[in-house]
Design a protein around this ligand. Structure first.
Ligand code: ADP
Ligand code: MG
Ligand code: MG
Length: 208
């Protein structure tokens, strides 16, 4: 089984609905250790992505991903806009001209996107950011390239959840939460949570 182009479009479309539904939840997390706008940012960005999807239906997966990144870059302010924008634009380069994705393709996408987020934001695993979820996803996909798609995704979703939850006991080394020192301990990172939700949406769409 592979992820077809129409599933990629469904993924991004469904992500817009998820971020609309989870706006308050993400913003509440960001209220605890940031400036209470992460839900707003993700909802605004993905609403625009969704609006543009119909014009991209006849394009390849790389072009769809690149476009998504450019929309996120230009519509989300704050830290997460340039980071998610970079993620999609760089992930896109690994899947240019493709009409379907294998587990290995997903691995390459997440690997490249995450590496570029790290290069741009200088946050490493354990710094209490989206990188904690993303690097857990990368490691899991790397290890499961020979598995069937559905089990690779199911196992990777568990790893992503662990990556997200691993941020709870940490202090933050990057982003606004780093100003809080000890007070960030005990709170789940908003960006680690949105990265989990984005991957969960992919899993949900592929399983349909
Ligand atoms: P802002 O902090 O500018 O208001 P958001 O609230 O939209 O932006 O996003 C905050 C999230 O961005 C954090 O929860 C964290 O996961 C992520 N983040 C912040 N700085 C970095 C960084 N340097 N590298 C990776 N992720 C980061
Ligand atoms: Mg914020
Ligand atoms: Mg902000």
């Amino acid at each position: 089984m592979v992820v077809t182009k129409s599933k990629v479009i469904s993924w991004l479309d469904a992500a817009a609905d998820v971020f609309e539904k989870k706006q308050e939840f993400l913003t509440d997390l960001d209220r605890e250790i940031g400036d209470a706008d992460h839900g707003l940012n993700m909802n605004r960005g993905f609403r625009k992505v969704k609006e543009k999807l119909p014009t991209l239906a006849d394009k390849d997966i790389g072009t769809i991903m690149k476009n998504t990144g450019m929309v996120l870059l230009s519509t989300i302010g704050g830290a997460s806009g340039p980071l998610y924008g970079t993620f999609f634009i760089k992930a896109a380069e690994t899947v240019m001209a493709k009409e379907e994705l294998t587990v290995t393709d997903l691995y390459h996408m997440y690997q490249e996107g995450t590496e570029r987020i790290i290069a741009r934001g200088m946050a490493h695993p354990g710094d209490k950011t989206m990188v904690d979820t993303l690097s857990a996803i990368v490691a899991s996909l790397k290890a499961r390239q020979d598995d069937p798609l559905s089990s690779a995704l199911a196992e990777t979703l568990k790893a992503a959840e662990q990556g997200m939850k691993s941020t709870i006991p940490l202090r933050a080394a990057k982003g606004r939460a780093s100003y809080l020192g000890e007070r960030a301990i005990g709170h789940q990172d908003p960006g680690a949570t949105s990265s989990y939700l984005l991957f969960k949406t992919l899993c949900d769409v592929v399983d349909l």
